[in-house]
Design a protein around this ligand. Sequence first.
Ligand code: ATP
Ligand code: MG
Length: 356
Amino acid sequence: MRTHRIAAIPADGIGKEVIPAGLRVLEALAGRDGGFRLDVTEFPWGSDYYRQTGRMMAEDGLETLKGFDAIFFGAVGDQHLPDDITLWGLRLRICQGFDQYANIRPTRVLPGLTSPLREVAPGDIDWVIVRENSEGEYAGHGGRAHRGHPEEIATETAIFTRAGVTRIMRTAFEIAAKRPRKLLTVVTKSNAQKHGMVFWDEIAAEVARDYPSVTWEKELVDAMAARMVRRPRSIDTVVATNLHADILSDLAGAVAGSLGVAPTANLDPSRRFPSMFEPIHGSAFDIAGKGAANPVATFWTAAMMLDHIGEASAAARLMTAVERVCADGVLTADVGGTANTEQVTQAVIAAIRGAN
Ligand code: ATP
Ligand code: MG
């Protein structure tokens, strides 16, 4: 029997509710018919750990995580601690430490959910946004001069490297090639930013030669934002810089219905290190401890993780179960229902067992 080693880090807020729910669902899938087992180790890292130890994760945390096949992550953030400590001390440390340079965000309107776009029905939107996660506008390069003076200036320089752009482009073409429509939109702002963005376009054309089955096109980021709203069916796979994809993926999440259903993967496609799978939402302290969190984002995240570790049929079974439960109207309050986390979890487990 195949065994996969999973590191679970629930961390903060509703992460502590949705990750245990996700683990139960994964266990139901592995079960007797799954053909695999999961060897799960839970780590108590996060803001409470910080209050006890002065660190967000164990000192040798990255070394420990290295040996796992995947990291199943909840949410990080605390009302009383700054992001510099929480986010940077845990989540970003893992992303950077393991060179998880590709942030993958699938977007779909699940059955039973409503998009704020009037004319969008479930099934109309099926996008994957590939975000460059390691350089670009968030490289932290720049500075301030003449502070407080009328002539004060601030610079924020985007850094794009041939290696960095090529690898994200390759990841995007790989993903597009595996999807039914084989359509990739490369988003830039090359009409206004003539160095880095023209560089993106050039590298896209170079990498495209290795993927003749993929139809690809260029789109400017402003036009892309409008297109996501006006012609959502014309989009399939999208690749964009750190900043552009950050903005577009929030738009995508809004178009799909709720933060509570949006998953993401921080991938190291080279597979030198474990990749990290997490719901997009944060710790959401306003609903933490109430059993009200929507676990669907985490279940979808778990499906992405299964796919990544080579359990594609279990991933498909999980998504079928989630879609059935949503279609049946077993929904939490954020998506207009009355169910709690436990009820949605039990319904998904029952749907998985029913399908066996
Ligand atoms: P962070 O600071 O880490 O971003 P946050 O507390 O700002 O966390 P978000 O995750 O950004 O919370 O979510 C914003 C709001 O959306 C939450 O306050 C919550 O009301 C709602 N929300 C987010 N995730 C879920 C979920 N899984 N189920 C239900 N509601 C959610
Ligand atoms: Mg937030």
